[in-house]
Structures are given as C-alpha cells and as structure tokens.
Design a protein around this ligand. Structure first.
Ligand SMILES: [Fe+2]
Length: 578
C-alpha cells in the first residue's frame, strides 16, 4: 500500500512517500528548485519520492493532501464577508487545490481520469499532530500543534493512543501564537518570511522589560490564549500571504497595526541599527511566548495525565521554549518532528491516512532525519571530475573511512572550515551532519569567521553544537535527546569556555545529540574529534550561503568554492587546497 503525501500551494511545499506504513522518502521542493521556502506544486519532490521508492504514479494507492477547505467553514464565511480581498485570494488558492489531481497528472504527463489513487483531505493541524505522533516512538502521548495559521486555525491539541488520535480542542483565526511572533518580528524590522528565528536569537541579548505590555498583547485564557486584536491587522485585512507560486519565496503582508508602536515605541526599520531596546523587546516577545506555550502544555499534561508530548507547527521550532518543557511542565518525554513547519504536513497527512483512515497499526518511528536524496560514489566522482578542481590547485583524495575521519578531524582541530556532505539529505530545515559545515567549537573567533567568510548573516545569531549523545549530560544541564536540533539547553557553566563558538550569549546551545545508530559516520567523526582534542562536540551549521541547503554534490562544490571553505568532504573524497 503506497501513500503519497503532498503539501502544495503553501509555504514549504514538500512530498513524502509511505509504503506499507514505512516512510521511504520525504523532501522539500526548495531543495530542487533552489527557492527558499518554495510554495507551489512540489513536482520535483514528488518525482524524487517515487523514484526513491521504486514506484510510478500508477503504483500510488492513496494521495494525502494536508488541507481541508471545509474545516471551520462558518468562520471562513464570516471573515470572507468582512474581507473580500482575502476571500478572493483564498478562492484562488482553493481553485488550485481542487485541481491537485490534475496538477499531479500534468507533472507526470498522465491522464487525470486514469489515476487510480484515492485522494484524501486531512485538516492542516491534524496533519501536524499526525506528523509528530506517528513518527514518535511513543505508544501514547499528548499532542500539540502550535502554529501560524492553517485551515483557519492556529493551534490544535489532543491525545494519541497507538494508531488513533483524538482531537480535544483548537484555537481558530484570528488568534495565533505564530502570527503574534511574526507580527513582532516585523515590528522589529525583520520582514522576510522565516525571520522569526533571528528574533529568537536576538532575545538572548536582552531583558524582558516589556513583559507586562506583551501580557496585554497576548492574554492567557484557560489552556489557550487570545490576541488583543487592536494591535494586529490580519483580522481586518486577512493575513496577506502569497504562496501559490513555486518559484517564489512566500511573503507575508504587514501584520501589526498603528496601535503597536503607540504602545511599544517606534517600529524599527530594516536598515536601522539594533539598539538595546530592540533586544529587550525581542526578549519580552520570547518570554511571553514561553509563558503561553508552556502554560498550554501544563494544561495539556493535566488534562491528558500523559508523560510524553509530541509537538509540531511553526512554534514548535522555538528551541528556547522547547528546552524548558522538561523543567517547567509535568512532561517527561518530548518529540518534535524535524520538519515541524509545513513541510512536515506531507509526512503527517500520509501517516494519518495509513493509521487513522485505513486502521493500520503502528510500525514506524522516525529516529533520524535522512529522508532526502543521496548520491552514489560514481555520481559523486563525476561531480568532482566535472568541477576540474585539480586544475585550480585543489588536492583530491579518495580515502578509507578511518583515514578520512582522522584527516578530517585534524582539519577541524586546526581551526579550518569544513564542508561535510554525506548520505541522504536531511528532512526539515536543520543540517544534521549530512549537509553541514563543521568547525572547531573551542575557538571563540570561529563564529565571526563563519559569519564573515561563509554565511553572511547577522552577527547576533548563534551557531549550534553537535555532541555525542552519550556525552550530553557532561556538557549540558539536561540530557534528554535532541536529535533534530529542536531543543536549546544550558551549557554547564564550567564547560562554556571550552565550547565558546556554539554557546549563545545566554549560555545555551541549540544542540544536536548524535547517536551511532542515527548517523554512524557523523558520530565517528565527532568521536575522532574527541580523541584528538578531548572535546566530543563540533560546531554544525547548514551547508549553504543564503540559499536552501545544498542537495547535490555539484551544489556542495559550488558553495565550497564560492565561500572559500578550507576543505570539503564529499562521501569518501577529501578535497583540500594544495
Ligand atoms: Fe502549519
């Protein structure tokens, strides 16, 4: 039984294929069309998924689409009457959705009437919940989707038991924690889609001195919250999103009203410098998010009496808030889907159909994130040869694993910057040791070097550590697994000066705990770094330069040359400057 999940015409367009309950492949369209957060129809992602599974379109039994136009129909109609332009935009997107069968057939040059697959609509947040619960190792768990907006809701919660999920409640438009964070992100002068994580990083430099004001902007309400709508515009004009096109990064219209600067002071323009006031505002934004988010989780723990929680939705990427769940709520286990944002809907919808619609038992847990394209030694060799690196003075060596790891760890220990490309690409926005740039965590200047030479990004943004899972408790104050870099924990005070490069200004690190089973070669590399330097940690940042993470060997070589990294490992090839 083959189920294709498709997240289309929405940010982070993606596809996933589930065969007999096992996930075979999952990937975002942006990795192919090289447009960050690409929306549109994910034709290339679907093609890849089918190829990886050895299937043709004719072999697909079910297609799962994470959107239900009929969800909250009355709320939608109520707002459609008040916001005609928003309604027109929605109708345009809806028209594309109803044509998803045709778009799929067209992408494969097939006759839509001949597709045997049955199409299923799974509500946005139900797919988020499914993406986390059905990929978690938990037999039963509390579930929370905390998000911006999807199918006219922003949050949903419930409980999962074996193959079944029960939804207990949801919060409808216009109240949204995600849109609250996005609105204040815009007010602070960060206008691009996906800039929220920059503001989260900035918050660590400030004090929450505006917390009282933010408590007025987002009000707690039992297990949920409401927004003080006078500070926002989306309930009047609709959130102006453009994400029907595949070749454009989505954009979001202005979300905050003139009342917000009246309450908090003037909005920062993108070209303005960052003052302490902005840092304090970012800190207050984050502090209020944590109060509400952790409050919802405490309520959910009380309601369900469960020990484990599964999280998804854009807000579930807030690793700073996630890092506090174990100490500030009754939950003892946390699972966050690695593609917690809307890409993950493709996996969630497909697994929902397998379990909840078809009634099949659980047999899968997502314990690693390597579900994207991989390349053979031959393909890698061809890419290396085609780049004619030897002509430009690079040394290329094909090495046995032991030698490769020994030399690579030495390069890292010498303070050089390494491009590290292995196996199948990561699912979700984090590089987790297969498409990573790796550097020495012991050198405080490494952060500045990486920002200046390679990443060209704001200096206040932190870099992340990858650590041998078994060493976590020696270096961090918490040791619960964080395999997908979705938790930030405090680095032990006595260790902070030993790994200054990936330790943020507030003493935390957004860590990846690496196990030998999840990624054997990356684990061995860090083990070798530990043998040579005494530190079981490397700094890990995504292999890209203001673009989607590299996917193919050729893209890795291009990025390596463009950014002047010191060395590149592509599978078993080690490429260094002579
Ligand atoms: Fe979402």
């Amino acid at each position: 039984m083959n189920i294709l999940g498709i997240n289309a015409y929405h940010g982070n367009a993606s596809a996933a294929i589930v065969c007999d309950g096992q996930l075979i492949a999952a990937v975002e369209e942006e990795r192919f069309n090289r447009v960050k957060y690409a929306a549109g129809f994910p034709a290339a992602a679907i093609r890849y998924c089918l190829k990886e599974a050895g299937l043709t379109l004719a072999d697909v039994d079910h297609v799962a689409v994470p959107r239900n136009p009929y969800a909250r129909l009355w709320t939608k109609l109520f707002y459609a009457v008040r916001m005609p332009s928003f309604a027109r935009e929605r109708i345009k997107v809806l028209a594309k959705f109803t044509g998803i069968r045709e778009a799929l057939a067209q992408a494969f040059d097939a006759n839509p009437d001949k597709l045997k697959a049955k199409f299923h609509r799974v509500e946005h947040h139900v797919a988020h919940l499914a993406s986390s619960f059905y990929c978690s190792p938990f037999e039963e768990a509390a579930l929370l989707s905390a998000d911006g907006l999807g199918d006219f809701a922003s949050s949903m919660w419930g409980a999962g038991f074996g193959p079944l999920m029960n939804v207990h409640g949801s919060i409808a438009f216009p109240h949204s924690l995600g849109l609250y964070y996005s609105a204040i992100t815009q007010y602070l002068g960060f206008l691009k889609f996906g800039d929220e994580y920059k503001v989260m990083g900035l918050g660590a430099y400030g004090q929450p001195e505006y917390l009282e004001a933010f408590r007025e902007i987002v009000k707690s309400n039992g297990g949920g919250f409401t927004l003080a709508l006078k500070y926002f515009t989306h309930h009047r004009t609709g959130p102006e999103m453009s994400w029907a096109e595949a070749d454009r990064t989505p954009t979001l219209g202005k979300l905050f009203s003139d009342e917000l600067p009246k309450r908090l002071g003037p909005a920062r323009q993108p070209e303005d410098g960052i003052e302490q006031r902005h840092k304090n505002l970012a800190s207050s934004l984050q502090a209020r998010l944590e109060e509400v988010y952790l409050g919802m989780l405490r309520h959910l723990a009380h309601e369900t009496q469960m020990k484990s929680v599964c999280l998804a939705g854009g807000v579930a990427f807030n690793c700073v808030a996630n890092g506090k769940i174990l100490s500030e709520t009754p939950f003892e286990n946390v699972y966050v889907h690695p593609a917690a944002g809307d890409a993950g809907l493709a996996v969630g919808a497909a697994l929902y159909v397998w379990h909840q619609v078809l009634g099949e038992p659980r047999s899968f847990a997502m314990e690693h994130a390597y579900w994207g394209p991989g390349f053979s030694v031959e393909e890698t060799r061809k890419a290396v040869e085609a780049a004619k690196l030897a002509d430009d003075g690079y040394t290329i060596a094909l090495l046995e694993e032991e030698k490769l790891l020994e030399q690579t760890a030495k390069i890292i220990g010498e303070g050089k910057i390494l491009g590290w490309f292995q196996g199948r690409a990561e699912w979700g926005p984090r590089a987790l040791g297969n498409r990573s740039i790796v550097a020495d965590p012991r050198k405080p200047e490494m952060k500045e070097i990486l920002n200046r030479r390679i990443k060209h990004r704001e200096i206040f943004r932190p870099f992340a550590p990858s650590i041998l899972a078994e060493a976590t408790s020696h270096w961090f104050e918490q040791s619960h697994p964080s395999p997908f870099m979705t938790m930030a924990y405090s680095v032990r005070p006595e260790k902070r000066d030993k790994i200054p490069a990936p330790t943020h200004v507030d003493g935390t690190g957004r860590l990846q705990t690496v196990t030998k089973t999840a990624n054997p070669r990356y684990w061995k590399l860090i083990k070798e770094v530990e043998r040579q330097t005494g530190v079981p940690v490397v700094l890990n940042t995504s292999f890209n330069d203001n673009e989607p993470i590299v996917c193919k060997p050729q893209e890795a070589i291009d990025c390596f040359l463009r950014t002047q990294m010191d060395a590149l490992v592509l599978g078993d090839f080690l490429i260094t400057k002579s």
